[in-house]
Design a protein around this ligand. Structure first.
Ligand SMILES: [Mn+2]
Length: 280
């Protein structure tokens, strides 16, 4: 299964999509994130395409980015696949699968070019007492040479563990909770993110950053999240800055979804990003 609207060959593409149907790094009691890539592509194939040629327009307009869908990749092959995509000057887009796949993706980027992470998640994922799973992604990648943690930011968090609050302070990571987003408003959040994330930007989206009312199909739902349009507004603006070097959309769990609404939203978030994306 591939996205019907991802029609470019690898050679001519600006962006390359991979799916990683794996949840071996998850500890969620709600199993099913490995089905994410299949359902996101399937629901987009049936709802975002009208007939053989008419592709749904995004809110941001026509998708001018040339997109190739490479299909699914095993978790152990993610690092080398990403390296191959990046070496060919294309922007990799990864669909999960559990959030620990982001660590594997970031291993594939060159070690000598600094990256700012913009990490949208209900949970800070910055546990250090356990490593190499979906709760330790930020701590794990903070050990990488190319990840500039003080020029990185977490958006939408609301469910931290005590250990994580300590680690956020220790590492100098900036965060916006959902209350802070509500308080200062979307335009100001965007301005603040732009001031913090000054390097090449890797954008990672955990679908649980959204309120469960918009995204019930996730492994670890957390009430009090942001709305679908707010997330789309943030990511489409970030994509328009021309500094995105990689994107992922993780933790869609079709087993707990309602009529595929979370899978469809994941597909539409991707479409909005791709329509607004300015290639460097
Ligand atoms: Mn996460």
């Amino acid at each position: 299964m591939k996205f019907p609207w991802a029609k470019s060959s690898f050679e001519e593409s600006d962006c390359v999509i991979i799916g990683v149907p794996d949840e071996s790094g998850s500890r969620a009691s709600r199993v099913g994130a490995q089905l994410g890539p299949y359902f996101i592509r399937k629901v987009s194939s049936s709802r975002d395409v009208y007939g053989p040629t008419r592709i749904a327009q995004s809110l941001s307009g026509e998708i001018k980015t040339k997109i190739h869908d490479l299909g699914d990749v095993k978790k152990e092959d993610v690092e080398k696949t990403i390296r191959y995509i990046v070496e060919n000057n294309k922007v990799p887009v990864t669909l999960g699968g559990d959030h620990s796949i982001t660590t594997e993706v970031l291993k594939g980027f060159p070690t000598d070019r600094e990256i700012s992470l913009i990490y949208m998640d209900a949970h800070p994922d910055i546990i250090s007492s356990e490593r190499h799973y979906f709760g330790s992604v930020i701590f794990d990648v903070s050990q990488f040479n190319n990840i500039n943690i003080t020029a990185s930011v977490e958006v939408g968090i609301r469910d931290p563990e005590v250990e994580e609050i300590i680690n956020i302070r220790k590492l100098g990571l900036k965060t916006f909770t959902t209350y802070e987003i509500y308080d200062i408003g979307m335009k100001n959040v965007l301005k603040e993110i732009e001031k913090i994330a000054t390097k090449n930007i890797y954008l990672s989206i955990d679908m649980d950053v959204l309120d469960p009312a918009f995204a019930p199909g996730v492994g670890s739902p957390s009430p009090g999240g942001i709305s679908a349009v707010r997330l789309m507004y943030l990511v489409k603006n970030i994509a328009s800055w021309g500094r995105l070097v990689g994107i992922d959309i993780m933790e869609t769990n079709p087993k707990y979804d309602i009529q595929d609404m979370t899978s469809h939203l994941a597909a539409n978030i991707l479409i909005e990003i791709l329509a607004a994306l300015k290639i460097r």
